[in-house]
Design a protein around this ligand. Structure first.
Ligand code: IPE
Ligand code: IPE
Ligand code: MG
Length: 244
């Protein structure tokens, strides 16, 4: 049997914008601008390759700790993307879904997110989850709270809580687990991304800074994934045969 094939769900940490700009003697926000363009190209490339679900980390729950002017600039890029990109995405058959604490954003951005989701809800070519003010621990804690409240109201028997019920209380409920994870920018850590969902995901780290990430880099990651032998704690097919 060949390797893992094409992922059903690709999760990306788009990292390295600030360093990319610094290397050019520019402010970090210049890198975020460039990163937005690359995100647009890569979303399209992912759709063209036939991958049905893509989740991108746009802003973490910890990124609020950045200097105020950088946060402000990121918010205005977000605003602009909501104003300018959503129609195009809609035309390309992309369905948008935002995960994270959206109440942390301005009312106007919250309205923009809701509108984008509403406009694209019938699209089925690519489901694009955008993680914004997202933290994996927060996602898990929120799920626990929600289940506890249901139990307190007597709507849920705590005995019935298992991995499936818990997974269904998370923000990516009902979606396939990411099978491939890509982090650009050279850091080899998860930075509080989809902690629950990445349990058995294949990890691919790229030293390329996000604004330099190309379709060729995406294809290299997909090739890498194809070579992976996924075992999920069991045995590979070849091993099973040998020991049968
Ligand atoms: C990722 O690039 C974008 C966001 C976190 C919003 P960074 O801004 O983290 O860039 P580096 O890692 O400092 O180069
Ligand atoms: C993770 O990158 C978040 C996003 C890319 C949106 P960071 O740059 O915030 O992560 P750390 O601080 O290096 O762990
Ligand atoms: Mg970074």
């Amino acid at each position: 049997m060949s390797g893992a094939g094409l992922p059903h769900h690709l999760a990306i940490i788009m990292d390295g914008n600030g360093r990319w700009a610094a290397r050019r003697g520019k402010p970090r926000t210049y890198g975020h601008q460039a990163g937005t363009e690359v995100a647009r190209r890569i979303v399209r490339a992912v759709a063209e390759r036939g991958i049905p679900v893509l989740t991108v980390y746009a802003f973490s729950s910890e990124n609020w700790r950045r200097p105020r002017h950088e946060v402000t600039r990121l918010m205005s890029l977000f605003r602009r993307a909501l104003d300018r990109e959503v129609d195009q995405l809609d035309q390309h058959g992309v369905r948008l879904n935002f995960i994270g604490r959206r109440e942390a954003f301005s009312k106007s951005l919250q309205r923009g997110m809701a509108r984008a989701e509403e406009l694209t809800r019938e699209n089925s070519r690519l489901l694009l989850n955008i993680a914004a003010s997202y933290g994996g621990r927060d996602d898990i804690a929120t799920a626990a709270r929600r289940l506890a409240e249901q139990a307190r109201r007597g709507e849920l028997d705590p005995e019935t809580i298992d991995e499936t019920t818990f997974g269904n209380a998370l923000q990516l409920a009902g979606q396939p687990e990411p099978d491939l994870f890509i982090r650009t920018g050279g850091e080899r850590r998860l930075s509080n991304y989809l902690l629950w969902n990445l349990a058995y995901t294949e990890l691919h780290f790229s030293d390329t800074l996000w604004p330099d990430f190309s379709e060729a880099d995406l294809d290299a990651a997909l090739d890498d994934f194809r070579q992976r032998e996924r075992r999920f704690g069991g045995l590979a097919e070849s091993q099973t045969k040998k020991h049968a």
